[in-house]
Design a protein around this ligand. Structure first.
Ligand SMILES: [Zn+2]
Length: 77
């Protein structure tokens, strides 16, 4: 049990780095870095998430790829 035995819910092979804490579909909670990045790029980033690796991997992806992050900040400020 635990994050180590889990695979990415989307591609089924990647190691999850981030968990969607409010998934629209409970079958898709764990995302590997590549799938998480793809989500950001298509403009549908995970909004409520938990890093699984003890490192802000997803946070860094957001910083790198997500201009919307700033937009969200403005929208909620
Ligand atoms: Zn994946």
């Amino acid at each position: 049990m635990g994050a180590h035995s889990r695979k990415c819910d989307w591609c089924g092979s990647g190691t999850p780095v981030v968990r969607d804490m409010e998934p629209l579909d409970s079958d898709y909670q764990y995302w590997c870095e590549e799938c998480a990045r793809a989500l950001i790029i298509v403009g549908d980033p995970i909004e409520t998430y938990r890093e699984l690796d003890g490192e802000p991997i997803y946070g860094r992806l957001l910083d790198e790829y997500c201009t919307l992050k700033r937009f969200y900040s403005f929208a909620t400020a």
